[in-house]
Structure formats: structure tokens, C-alpha cells
Design a protein around this ligand. Structure first.
Ligand SMILES: [Ca+2]
Length: 468
């Protein structure tokens, strides 16, 4: 061995040691998770999803650096059950998050059972620090609040930004308290200026990311916007060609940019999994203050695609490929995927989500079915490209809607659900009918959490129901 080779040996050994320790570190270090969940943003409301006048450069960039889903679904087309589904990986019927009024209100005594395992409580077992920032809406009594569901920190509002005495609904005007704002379990203000909410939630999130840059964290940033009422500060007003709704979506877009830039600045991009999505489709009744479901039929609250299918962008440079995908995915899948990526265990039998690591990292299809519930009733089932309505999608419509069930659509040919093709596809009908019956056999139905009213509200509640 000559002298130069002798010199090389320690150098190579040292180099190999560095490589192996880096490899080991990558295997052992747990990824951070950020879920950015916005409220009532429709499938057609982002630049990257084809909106002609709403500008979303930060989300467009996130999409170009990550994975943009064209067929991503939520567990329900309305706030409370959709949030329960995202956090537990269970269909809302299994957690009792259904009932006559669709969502929980300030007079409700129920909420998400503290015994349910959420993403946050699961990740607490694997040394994660967890934060819920923004809107909760899974029960506002203390036992149901985020700190009793695995979150170390809560900063935000307990339910929707319109559940307050201001507004046109007389029952709310006469009975609901001013909208509280909480830090942990403490109410730190009421009726705060909502035009500051996006900024406050963003700043709190950035602080949390800085504080946890050295350890694994889970940030659930659930903005209360663009849910109505739309309230903008002067600096964010009048910027978008789309009007106020465009202004608020563009403000959300800037917030996403700030979150991603923080992650980049702290050099934790490669180890931070971020998903941006919406809790349900756009609010059709809000007229021009509501969003757009683009080419999809229907809105928030409906079992049509426009209620259940939402924009979704997944980002983790180096792990998530840069692509647009039409592979199926659901918010129900985030619980098992995140727990699995954290190296944890969960009970697959008790949940409805699937570990989508292969979908998110390799663009491989895992999920084949989507269940569309109205309250506790399964209305439709998607299997691969086929969507079959077992029950009437719109029983309130006395217009020329087709009332004879089932209805069958091929969503790949017909994303707007215009052309019923059941007559030509009897074998598919039979196949989906079997899946429907199997599902009903296996699904657990928990008692409704919406049925109990807080005693002090009961007289006013009964009185209101008598009049209406
Ligand atoms: Ca919503």
C-alpha cells in the first residue's frame, strides 16, 4: 500500500461514517406534519384548479413542487362531520357526528367523544408536539375541546365564525353568546375583529413551527375562512378581480406562502409533510360570497361531487413527486398515513381510512371507493370511476330531477354527473349494490352527538322549533 492510499483510508472511513449516520438519522427522525384545512373553499376556487380571476401564486407553486389531486374527497360535505372524519379516520356515522341540523351549534351539549383517537392523540404516543390553530367545531364544552383530544395547544374559535348574535337568524340573535376566542381552555376575547383571524392564525402557526424545529410536530391549522361572513382588513380589501371572496382566498394563499417559507427557511422541508385542502365544497346559498365547485355539480351539504370533492395539494420535497394525479384519496386517509409515517400503529379494523404512503410518495392507487353520506344515511357509493346513487341525491328538489333509483355516472367521462348510464351497465350496478350491502353490514352507527341541547337553551330551542 503506498502512502497516498494510506491517507485515503481514514478519509474514506470518515466519509462512510458520515453517510451511514445521515442515513440512520433520516430513518429515525420522524416527519413533521402540517394540515392546512380551509373552510368552504370549492373545487374551482384556486388558480391551480382553473379559476379565471382568483390569483393563488403560493398554492400554484406548492402544487408545482408537490402533488395536486384532482380526485380528493372529504368524509362529509359539511363542517363538523368532515372535521371529525379528518381527525379520526372514521366515517362520521361511526363517531355520532350526524343529526337533523347537520353540524354542532353553540346550544349543543355533544361533541367528539374524548375516547376517540385523533391524529393528535395518536401522535402524542410517538413524541410529537401538537397544535390546533383556528376553528375547532367538534363540540365546545371543555371535555370535547382540542386539549382533550391530544393537542398541546389550541388557539382559535370553538365553532363557525357565523355562530354569533350578529346576523339575520333570529334564534342566534336572541340566544347565542358573542363568538368566543380561546387560548387553551381560556376565553381571551369575544367578538374579536375577524379581519385579523388569518393573520393571527398564521403568526401563531409560525411561532409553533419555530418552537418545534428541533422535534417532531403536528400542526393542524384550520382557518375559519373563506366561510361567510367575509370580513377583510383594509390592506386585503379590493385586491382581487373576483371581489371579496377572491380577496379572502388570496389572503389565505399568502398565508400558505408564509407557512411554506418558514419551513424552507428552517431547512426542514425534506422532513415536513404538508397538505392543503378544504373541509367541504362551496356554500351555494351565500351567492356571490360563496365559492365555486368548478365543473362539478352541487355545493356544500350535498352528496354531489361539488360537496365532497375538494382541492388538495400535498408537499414534501424529495418524497412527494412533482405531479398532478387523478388517483383517489380521502381526508379519511390522513390519520392512518400520518401515524404510519411516524412509525406508529393503529387499528385498521376500527377506521375507514387507508395508509396512502404509496399514493403520496409514489403516485400508486390504494383507495378505490368513496362513501357519500347524508347524515347517517349512505346515499351514494363511488367504486373506481363509477358513482351510483342508491337513494335520491336531492329529495327537496321537486323539479325534473330523475327520481327513479339507482342512478349511475362514470365520473371519468362525466365529472359533472349529467348522464345517467344505468341501463347500459347492469353488471356494474350489481357489483356496486353488493359493495353497498357489505358496507351497511360492517359499518358501526354511534348515537348522534347532535341530539342533546344544553339545558339553559332548551326552552328557547323548543319555542323556536314550535314556530318553525
Ligand atoms: Ca365548512
Amino acid at each position: 500500500m503506498n502512502f497516498s492510499k494510506l491517507l485515503l483510508v481514514p478519509f474514506v472511513t470518515f466519509f462512510l461514517l458520515i453517510i451511514s449516520s445521515c442515513g440512520k438519522l433520516d430513518q429515525e427522525s420522524k416527519p413533521n406534519f402540517i394540515i392546512i384545512f380551509v373552510d368552504d373553499l370549492g373545487y374551482g376556487d384556486l388558480g391551480t384548479y382553473g379559476h379565471p380571476t382568483i390569483k393563488t401564486p403560493n398554492l400554484d407553486q406548492m402544487a408545482s413542487e408537490g402533488m395536486r389531486f384532482t380526485q380528493f374527497y372529504v368524509g362529509s360535505s359539511i363542517c363538523t362531520p368532515s372535521r371529525a372524519a379528518l381527525l379520526t379516520g372514521k366515517l362520521p356515522v361511526q363517531t355520532g357526528m350526524y343529526g337533523q341540523r347537520s353540524v354542532l351549534f353553540p346550544d349543543n351539549a355533544g361533541g367528539l367523544d374524548p375516547n376517540e383517537v385523533t391524529i393528535a392523540s395518536a401522535l402524542k404516543n410517538y413524541d410529537y408536539n401538537t397544535a390546533c390553530i383556528g376553528k375547532w367545531h367538534l363540540g365546545h364544552l371543555k371535555k370535547y375541546m382540542p386539549l382533550n383530544h391530544g393537542f398541546d395547544l389550541f388557539y382559535g374559535i370553538p365553532y363557525s365564525n357565523d355562530m354569533r348574535p350578529e346576523g339575520n337568524w333570529d334564534y342566534a340573535r336572541e340566544n347565542f353568546p358573542p363568538l368566543p376566542f380561546l387560548d387553551g381552555h381560556d376565553t381571551v376575547g369575544v367578538s374579536l375583529d375577524q379581519s385579523k383571524f388569518i393573520e393571527m392564525f398564521t403568526q401563531k402557526s409560525i411561532d409553533f413551527i419555530y418552537q418545534n424545529k428541533e422535534n417532531p410536530f403536528f400542526l393542524y391549522l384550520a382557518h375559519s375562512a373563506p366561510h361567510t361572513p367575509i370580513i377583510l382588513s383594509d390592506k386585503n380589501k379590493g385586491k382581487s378581480k373576483r371581489g371579496s371572496y377572491g380577496d379572502v382566498v388570496e389572503e389565505l394563499d399568502r398565508s400558505v406562502g408564509e407557512i411554506i417559507n418558514t419551513v424552507k427557511k428552517l431547512n426542514i422541508s425534506k422532513n415536513t409533510f404538508i397538505i392543503f385542502t378544504s373541509d367541504n365544497g362551496p356554500w351555494g346559498w351565500a351567492n356571490v360570497d360563496g365559492g365555486s365547485s368548478g365543473l362539478l355539480r352541487g355545493n356544500k351539504g350535498s352528496v354531489y361531487e361539488g360537496g365532497y370533492r375538494v382541492p388538495a395539494i400535498v408537499w414534501m420535497p424529495g418524497s412527494v413527486p412533482e405531479t398532478t394525479t387523478n388517483v383517489l384519496a380521502s381526508a379519511l386517509d390522513l390519520f392512518p398515513t400520518m401515524v404510519s409515517l411516524a412509525g406508529g400503529q393503529y387499528d385498521q379494523k376500527s377506521i375507514d381510512g387507508f395508509d396512502l404512503t404509496k399514493t403520496f410518495f409514489e403516485n400508486i392507487p390504494i383507495r378505490s371507493d368513496i362513501h357519500y353520506y347524508r347524515q347517517d344515511t349512505l346515499i351514494a357509493l363511488r367504486h373506481n370511476e363509477w358513482k351510483m346513487y342508491i337513494k335520491d341525491p336531492n329529495p327537496w328538489d321537486d323539479g325534473p330531477t330523475q327520481k327513479e333509483m339507482p342512478l349511475l355516472y362514470n365520473l371519468e367521462h362525466d365529472p359533472s354527473e349529467k348522464y345517467d348510464i344505468r341501463k347500459e351497465n347492469k353488471t356494474i350496478i350489481k357489483e356496486i349494490q353488493n359493495l353497498y350491502e357489505d358496507h351497511l353490514q360492517s359499518v358501526f352507527k354511534a348515537p348522534s352527538q347532535y341530539d342533546t341541547i344544553i339545558p339553559s337553551y332548551q326552552p328557547a330551542f323548543d319555542d323556536y322549533n314550535k314556530k318553525n
